[in-house]
Write a protein that binds this ligand. Structure first.
Ligand code: SAM
Ligand code: PRE
Length: 242
């Protein structure tokens, strides 16, 4: 039985910055499903792209894995022999629950859960790397270095799947997409207070970029083939192929 997200349902006097703590980990499946339009489509497509891009005896990375939804989908769709999934997150609360979530599904695919800052880890012998709504929480000044590390750690023909909240370069469209996203949250049962308090809590810790900046940066670090494959309002997903 999934716990419902009520974290911002009551007025919070001292509203601090949003963080992926125990409270968030407990309600995360409900939170992300009701907050991110297209999340389940993106997770399913990560599985489909795993079938296509995974290479024998290589590593697959789920960076900012949270409860391991992308890891589980990669495991379910991995047909190549000798692969290992490395799932990394810097939230102990998330990883604790990821371990029990993943243990609930039988699989021959080995998974290594690692508590670390993405900026400190090595990427090596990778055929698939997933950044599923994670880069937006990384210090903007560190993003290009992280993407360069991912590019260098990918094997030729390897893929990075980058899903993000976006800012539109057009102010009018940006306002529309923000409003449509809030309509989506309302339709999923969030109150005006929840929408407003969460937006404030995210302000300092989640810094979305434009799709254009993502494409330019990915090409700058070396990816030859980059484009959007999905977008719903101000959320979407890109592929970058080495
Ligand atoms: C929106 S959640 C990602 C959702 C998850 N990828 C999924 O598909 O369900 C962002 C995750 O990134 C993690 N995170 C944020 N900054 C990080 C960092 N510097 N190093 C490692 N993990 C980080 C957070 O703890 C959180 O679990
Ligand atoms: O932008 C928002 O309002 C969100 O809730 C987005 C978002 C995300 O994109 O990661 C922020 C925090 C939670 O992890 C769930 C969703």
């Amino acid at each position: 039985m999934q716990s419902k997200d009520h974290i911002f349902a009551a007025p919070i006097a001292q509203l601090g910055d949003f963080c992926f703590d125990q409270n968030v980990a407990e309600v995360f499946p409900d939170m992300i499903k009701r907050s991110v339009p297209g999340y389940s489509n993106i997770i399913s497509a990560i599985g489909m792209m795993t079938t296509r891009f995974a290479q024998p005896d290589s590593r697959l990375y789920d960076l900012g894995c949270s409860l391991g939804a992308a890891t589980q989908e990669m495991r379910r769709n991995l047909t190549q022999p000798g692969c290992r999934i490395i799932a990394v997150d810097n939230s102990a609360a998330m990883l604790e629950r990821a371990a029990s979530h993943l243990a609930a599904f039988k699989s021959e695919v080995p998974v290594t859960l690692t508590e670390a800052d993405l900026c400190d880890i090595e990427i090596d012998n990778a055929s698939v790397v997933v950044l599923n709504f994670t880069l937006q929480f990384i210090d903007p000044g560190q993003r290009e270095t992280l993407l360069g590390k991912i590019y260098r750690g990918l094997k030729p023909g390897g893929v990075l799947i980058l899903s993000e909240k976006f800012v539109s370069h057009d102010e009018t469209v940006n306002e529309l997409l923000i409003d449509l996203h809030h309509d989506f949250k309302r339709a999923n049962g969030y109150s005006e207070l929840e929408i407003s308090q969460k937006r404030t809590a995210l302000e300092n810790v989640m810094r979305p970029d434009t799709p254009e900046l993502h494409k330019t940066r990915l090409k700058r670090v070396g990816f030859q083939h980059v484009d959007l494959w999905f977008q719903c309002f101000n959320f979407g997903s890109m592929v970058a192929i080495k």
